[in-house]
Design a protein around this ligand. Structure first.
Ligand SMILES: [Zn+2]
Length: 698
């Protein structure tokens, strides 16, 4: 299974299906006035920016077209919306087994604290609480490192008692003293569970990661456990391990499956309840079948059923309302087996789907003309269904930080035999563009006015096209040699990064191709140049703004972007294809030969495809470690100093719209949409309404 979530545009998308990845801060969108939105939002102009704290900015998005849905579609959307939110507690617990306890403490203090709210400790607590909500726990959603508070222990203890928090709630973790000691370690000890995913080299990546996917087992044991399940030569391999925690009982490894009656039953039973309602108002037979299989999967935990569901879901291409709900992306697991809970409910945007469809239609042409070895090409690229969606609601791993593109399912064999769905999240991208157009980042880091002008003119389009190609033709391209295992087995902890690099390179290679002009999706090759400027600048320079001093690149998409940009830089160093230059003590990058750079991107694409096709772990490891991990401390220091002056948040996320059914007795007669403006308020309200799990789950 590979992943395809990019965090494009400065966000963290993160997983396999949701991918997108540029720094949106650096591509200014069209500077158009915000449009009046027909909705319950009473103001004429929609306010996209809502909150700013730590390294985060919280935005809002609007759902154009919701009012035009039929009543049946609105009901369907509402039921799926509830199903999505019912999984919220799951992601907290998956990330770390202490997160639900922490969430209850943080929610309780935030709501009930009676002390002085003008003091520094309280202000620091507010920031901490918002960070915890944003990351679904106390590890940064993107860097994976532990979030440390700026308030004192004294303040925290006093706040707990003055807020009337009943510590008895946490008795599952031990006696009152034990719970108190544990909570102090969770909040204040930076060496206690320091990293949620530790991809470090030469260590036990399973044991060293603080996520809640494994307990009391080693990486070797887990690998052996799953290797024993896979059948050699299986053409339709099940995604073993996707929906369970692995623990040791009586010296043996066993799975605790996330299903009705299993682990996470409290949340899953509600998800099932809402999915069954959704099935009753499905738009058509294909959708009904898919929703039915999804419900059965949650009931049984049967991964064969999950595959059947995905096949049915891919086949449903005509529904207006669509949904992703399940344990999906495997980025949260160092060895890429366990799926993090996520959900996304959406409306198809027919108008905006034209461009992405035009690219999808030519998938075979792109495959045939790809610079990869002929033996690694797919003879027929199947069923890519590409579209733009308008998001109604995201939850779990997909919120508040969201992908800008989604490409599912993840199982390679389903993609090959049945096709996949690839979508771009149109209204999310719109929000980024609206906010990005005002960002000072581009001006600070772009080498010349020419680059800035090109970015202003084409940055938005080029970013969107690159994402489209990454999703629609990137992940879908290429094939693995017969007898070679899937990348999670062959390339292990480098699989995600290399897969993202491969998909990015397909997009980079073709965005400078006349073909895109010919099929009417871009006006000129200048669009491709804008993307090259942005990609190289981001990979070599601007993405470093997301790291703290001393940190190395960890996250798969960040590693991939550094790998691609630095490899190309080194490849063309003699001929100065890309130059790193200093101007007034500031470092910039400058591309001198765009066509040559395109050739290099093709070379690297060919090599990474070979690595995937042959399962060449050693070469993959070398590429990632040499180009995708290390950070030059001097350059990093300079970039951070420049960025700090701009006061721009390196990460962004969203407040979710709220759906409210209008009732006549038991009957829903309409569904209204509202757009809250208070991030903390939404988190508190979700915390109450969707608190569906015990603090300790087994
Ligand atoms: Zn991707």
């Amino acid at each position: 299974m590979n992943n395809r979530m990019k965090k494009i545009m400065g966000l963290a998308l993160a997983s396999s299906m949701f991918c997108a990845a540029l720094s949106i801060e650096s591509c200014s969108g069209k500077k158009e006035e915000t449009q009046p939105v027909a909705s319950s939002d009473s103001s004429a102009a929609f306010e996209f920016e809502a909150d700013r704290f730590a390294d985060l900015q919280v935005l809002r998005y609007r759902v154009n077209g919701f009012e035009k849905l039929s009543l049946q579609q609105k009901k369907l959307a509402y039921y799926l919306y509830e199903a999505a939110l019912c999984g919220r507690d799951i992601i907290f617990d998956q990330k770390n087994k202490h997160n639900l306890m922490l969430r209850h403490v943080v929610d309780g203090i935030f709501e009930n604290y009676k002390g002085d709210k003008s003091q520094t400790d309280w202000k620091a607590f507010e920031v901490y609480a918002k960070q915890i909500w944003f990351s679904h726990g106390n590890h940064h959603h993107y860097s994976q490192n532990k979030i440390m508070p700026a308030f004192s222990k004294e303040f925290f203890n006093q706040a707990i008692s003055s807020s009337g928090i009943d510590m008895q709630k946490f008795a599952a973790f031990g006696t009152a003293d034990k719970v108190q000691e544990l909570l102090m370690k969770v909040v204040f000890d930076k060496d206690f569970e320091p990293k949620i995913v530790d991809l470090g080299k030469g260590i036990d990546n399973v044991a060293k990661s603080a996520n809640n996917f494994y307990e009391g087992v080693t990486q070797k044991e887990v690998e052996k456990f799953y290797a024993a399940m896979s059948k050699p030569g299986d053409k339709t391999p099940i995604s073993y391990g996707l929906n369970s925690k692995v623990v040791k009982q009586n010296g043996k490894l066993v799975e605790k499956t996330w299903k009705l009656g299993g682990m996470y039953d409290g949340a899953i039973s509600k998800i099932v309840y809402w999915l069954e309602k959704a099935e009753s108002v499905a738009e058509n037979e294909a959708q009904k079948k898919a929703l039915h299989l999804l419900t059965e999967y949650f009931k049984t935990g049967d991964l064969k059923m999950w595959d059947d569901y995905n096949i049915a879901w891919v086949a449903d291409t005509s529904s207006v309302i669509d949904v992703v709900n399940g344990f999906i992306e495997v980025y949260g697991d160092a060895i890429g087996k366990k799926g993090s809970y996520e959900a996304c409910v959406s409306i198809k945007d027919f108008e905006a789907s034209r461009v992405i469809a035009a690219i999808g239609k030519e998938a075979q042409w792109f495959e045939d003309h790809s610079p990869i070895a002929d033996t690694h090409k797919k003879k027929s690229v199947k069923g890519i269904s590409a579209k733009v969606i308008t998001v109604i609601q995201e939850s779990g791993d997909a919120a508040p930080a969201t992908p800008v593109g989604i490409n599912l399912p993840n199982a390679n064999w389903i993609r090959e035999q049945h096709g996949s769905k690839s979508v771009s999240l149109g209204n999310i991208v719109e929000s980024y563009n609206q906010v990005g157009a005002k960002s000072p980042t581009l001006k600070e880091f772009a080498y010349s006015d020419e680059i800035i002008e090109r970015a202003k003119k084409y940055g938005s389009l080029s970013g969107m096209l690159h994402t489209d190609m990454h999703e629609v033709i990137g992940h879908a391209s290429g094939k693995i040699n017969d007898g070679i295992g899937t990348p999670d087995i062959t390339l292990k902890n480098y699989a995600n990064c290399l897969e993202e690099a491969r998909a990015d390179l397909v997009g980079l290679y073709y965005i400078m191709d006349q073909k895109l002009v010919d099929i009417g999706v871009m006006p000129s090759i200048e669009v491709g140049k804008a993307q090259y400027d942005n990609y190289i600048m981001n990979g070599m320079i601007t993405q470093l703004t997301r790291l703290k001093p001393g940190e190395q690149l960890e996250e798969a998409h960040m590693r991939n972007r550094a790998l691609v940009a630095r490899w190309a830089f080194e490849r063309g160093q003699q001929e100065k294809v890309i130059e790193q230059v200093k101007k007034d003590g500031k470092t910039y990058v400058k591309i001198n030969d765009y066509n040559k750079l395109r050739v290099y991107f093709g070379e690297l694409l060919k090599e990474i495809q070979r690595i995937k096709s042959e399962g060449d772990f050693a070469s993959g490891q070398k590429l990632v470690e040499n180009y995708g991990v290390k950070v030059d401390p001097e350059l990093h220091k300079e970039i951070l100093a420049r960025f700090e002056k701009l006061n721009v948040a390196p990460y962004k996320g969203f407040i979710q719209p709220v759906l409210i059914p209008v009732m006549n007795g038991e009957e829903i007669t309409d569904v209204k949409i509202e757009y809250p403006t208070d991030f903390a308020g939404q988190m508190i309200s979700f915390g109450k309404k969707y608190s569906l799990l015990p603090v300790k789950n087994e």
